[in-house]
Design a protein around this ligand. Sequence first.
Ligand SMILES: [Cu+2]
Length: 98
Amino acid sequence: MLLALLAFSAVAGETVEVSIVGYQYDPAQVSIKVGDSVRWTNREKRTSHSIVFPAEGGLESERLFPDESWQRRFDHPGSYKYQCGPHPEMKGSIVVSE
Ligand SMILES: [Cu+2]
């Protein structure tokens, strides 16, 4: 039981916020630790966006309409580049370290 609690606390990371506004991810570059999460929130007035990870078979969030959020936890170190589905010129990256 105690071991289970310790294991849970070890993987319960922080959540970093990224806003989507003006056809940009803000901040576009984020550095986190393994086990942390990133939450993207669409702050536009009327445009929808998504988050796509091309290196992972095109893993994509749902389309986010204004004020909607999507989050993903990162359990492995690495550099994760992403872009917007409908606007591929919108780019960002997450660097995950041990
Ligand atoms: Cu977009």
